[in-house]
Design a protein around this ligand. Structure first.
Ligand SMILES: [Zn+2]
Length: 356
């Protein structure tokens, strides 16, 4: 083996099996020879358990899938008119390294949920223990800047997994792992924890306690096919990520058009008008209630409710106008505009846990 430093933090390496020279990244932990497919732990031995989820797409079928998705989602939001101005570039395939961790798990959580009936609010305690088996997918790269790769990994299932052969990679780049096999269970635990917490926090007002125990049973190193299609529209470039496993779009960008902006402005204006109309009678109702000594406390809920709703509408109008000023929108597989996946609270808790 001969090594030679190059300026891009790449090291020239010679394959142990086929002797072909190829560069290794400075952060690579597990590497695959692009010529013969020999996969090994850098500075160590061969990794024999190496799987692949074959790609069922080629350039043509990716184009078809992307065009279909663009038509469907644009008609729901920015207008199908964009289709005439779209220039789709040749899509590219990359093999993304992941670990699939199979584990038994046990969760215990404690929370409280508010239940409303008529005028009364009651708190209900929620405590549950769950157990089962889970398959977690962990991205084997340190910097997950790739567009839509999170959504792609979330969509994976290992039904079609086969032993890795370099021929199945179809000459597309096979990325090396930047994380150690030993780190995969820890990352799988973090992923499940963050996802569970986000789901539970949507179901209840307070989540006091959450415990997750995971017993990893199996960890497989796999390469999965990620397609990226770029297109231009009015000099702007936009991206669409496609899963080579399912053939479906996992995440895509749509240009914000005049039609989309106009729709947003109209909605926003309607909300502002409704907000103003709601606020108008509030002082009069309050005045009338104060004059009438026979009215009870509950009657004050009406003007207060109206004022509250008016403020909500005003805030909504503001958010919607803000949204229309963006350059592009991000749309998921089923055509919904993406909202943040994990809650801020959950992320903060994770950070606290990591620091302590
Ligand atoms: Zn080789």
């Amino acid at each position: 083996m001969t090594t030679q430093e190059s300026p891009q933090e790449l090291v020239q390496y010679r394959c142990k099996k086929c002797n072909a020279p190829y560069p290794l990244g400075a952060d690579d932990v597990i590497a695959t020879c692009p010529y013969c497919g020999y996969t090994f732990i850098v500075g160590g031995s061969e990794l024999t358990k190496h799987m692949i989820l074959p790609s069922r797409l080629d350039e043509k079928s990716v184009r078809k899938s992307v065009t279909k998705w663009l038509k469907l989602t644009s008609s729901k939001s920015v207008g199908e008119g964009i289709m005439k101005g779209i220039d789709l570039e040749t899509p590219t395939l990359q093999w993304i390294p992941v670990f699939r961790v199979l584990a038994d798990f046990e969760i215990h959580y404690l929370g409280a949920k508010q239940e409303r009936s008529d005028y009364k609010k009651t708190w209900v305690k929620i405590e549950e223990t769950n157990s089962g088996e889970t398959a977690e997918w962990v991205l084997a790269r340190r910097h997950a800047a790739t567009f839509g790769v999170e959504e792609f990994i979330e969509s994976l299932s290992d039904d079609t997994a086969k032993p890795f052969k370099i021929g199945m990679a179809e000459s597309a780049p096979v990325l090396n792992s930047e994380i150690d096999e030993g780190d995969a269970p820890t990352r799988a635990h973090q992923r499940k924890r963050a996802r569970d917490r986000a789901e539970l926090q949507e179901q209840m007002e307070h989540l006091f306690d959450y415990h997750l125990k995971m017993n990893p049973k199996d960890c497989a190193y796999m390469h999965v096919p990620y397609w990226l299609a770029r297109y231009t529209y009015k000099k702007g470039t936009f991206r669409v990520a496609v899963s080579g496993v399912t053939g479906n779009v996992v995440l895509g960008e749509l240009p914000v058009t005049k039609l989309y902006r106009a729709k947003r402005w109209v909605t926003s204006l309607a909300m502002l008008i409704a907000s103003a109309l709601l606020m108008q009678p509030v002082p009069y109702i309050l005045y009338a209630l104060m004059q009438d000594s026979s009215s009870n406390g509950d009657a004050f809920m009406i003007p207060l409710g109206m004022a509250f709703l008016a403020v909500l509408l005003w805030g909504g109008a503001y958010t919607i106008v803000g949204g229309s000023l963006r350059y592009e929108i991000c749309v998921t597989a089923d055509g919904k505009e993406r909202d943040k996946r994990f809650s801020f609270g959950g992320t903060m808790d994770d950070m606290k846990e990591r620091i302590s």
